[in-house]
Design a protein around this ligand. Structure first.
Ligand code: AMP
Ligand code: TRP
Length: 331
């Protein structure tokens, strides 16, 4: 059976981008067709300035939202990264296979480290080595497919390269994974700045739809989305990014094609209104289930405990094999 692994960082409140770009596919497709693991990757949240209490809160909330979105612990494994030691254990070996140059080439590292320096802050070493940990997340489970948004393609490519290199040098140990992207909304853009990704860790709230935003807040944000100065509704990602983003969001919510939808609208106002309602409807069941789950914290704890146990059992043999293959003395 195909093995699927994906993860989400508890660095901020989850957004519509996370949902349309990644989580929705996990719920509707991946958990049904594959042996799938979904992970709140809390160790990755420590790569940037963080507040311990906030990371703890966001990890719990992230896991709750994965279940609220429809991941079913009977069908897939939901767990928290730091509960399974194998991730950190394997990450070190992969740092010994990766090179400094290939880490520094990662776009996300370049962008985030520049932003940090501009703010006068310091760049954590773990931000540079992050892709080795992400590769460990993937390779520890002999993962075949990694369903992620477009921004993660480069990191998954690196995980592939490390798997191939390790296997060539030390003997076949890892499955070589590949990234899977959604056809529509692989990159949901910020509503106020449609050339930037709708990212949960940025501060510009008005352009970001959070999964737990009240319906009226969602409506306001969508209605105020920045569009272009044109009059007609056409789908052109390059020339009309604001409009294209709305069309993609609406298409993703309705399961349609953005090009086809553009033909149905004569004005921006009508498009925004329908997009706002479509998003509200997509979020409604998720928010209801989130409320129910919050009323029973013991349930989540049980799910995460069982998930970590199952995940450890899957990862340990592979990570042990990697330790032996690379030349470490068996304990
Ligand atoms: P992160 O928020 O970085 O932990 O990302 C978790 C998952 O959501 C990854 O698969 C990302 O590729 C995806 N994702 C995050 N933001 C967006 C976005 N704006 N559009 C599409 N996918 C996204
Ligand atoms: N780096 C991913 C992100 O920022 C999160 C992540 C960590 C991940 N480990 C992973 C995604 C393994 C897929 C597989 O979105």
């Amino acid at each position: 059976m195909t093995r699927v692994f994906s993860g989400i960082k508890p660095t901020g409140h989850l957004t519509l981008g996370n949902y349309l770009g990644a989580m929705r596919r996990w719920v509707t497709v991946d958990q049904h067709r594959a042996d799938a693991l979904f992970c709140v990757v809390d160790l990755h949240a420590l790569t940037v300035d963080h507040d311990p209490a906030r990371v703890r809160r966001l990890s719990r909330q992230g896991a709750t939202l994965l279940l609220a979105a429809g991941l079913d612990p009977q069908r897939c494994t939901v767990f928290v990264q730091s509960h399974v030691d194998e991730h950190a254990r394997l990450s070190y070996l992969l740092e010994c296979v990766a090179t400094d140059g290939e880490m520094r080439r990662m776009i996300q590292y370049k962008e985030k480290s520049r932003r940090e320096q501009e703010r006068g802050g310091s760049v954590r070493l773990s931000l540079l080595t992050y892709p080795a940990l992400m590769a460990a997340d993937i390779l520890a489970y002999r993962t075949d497919e990694v369903p992620v948004g477009e921004d993660q393609t480069q990191h998954v490519e690196l995980a592939r390269d490390l798997a191939v290199r390790f296997n060539q040098r030390y003997g076949h140990t890892f499955t070589v994974p590949r990234a899977i992207r959604p056809e529509v909304a692989a990159r949901v853009m910020n509503l106020q700045d449609p050339v930037s990704k709708m990212g949960k860790s940025e501060d510009s709230g008005p352009g970001i739809v959070y999964l737990l935003d009240e319906p009226d807040v969602v409506r306001k944000k969508v209605m105020r989305a920045v569009t272009d100065s044109g009059q007609d509704v056409v789908y052109d990602r390059r020339e009309r990014p604001g409009l294209a983003n709305l069309l993609e969001i609406l298409a993703a919510c309705r399961g349609e094609e953005p090009e086809r939808l553009s033909g149905e609208y004569g004005s921006y106002g009508a498009l925004k209104k329908d997009t706002a309602e479509a998003v509200v409807e997509v979020l409604r069941p998720l928010q209801e289930r989130h409320r129910e789950l919050c009323a029973d914290p013991g349930y989540l704890e049980g799910v995460l405990r069982a998930g970590a146990e199952r995940a450890s059992g899957m990862a340990r043999p592979t990570v042990d094999a990697a330790y032996r293959a690379i030349g470490l003395l068996p304990a």
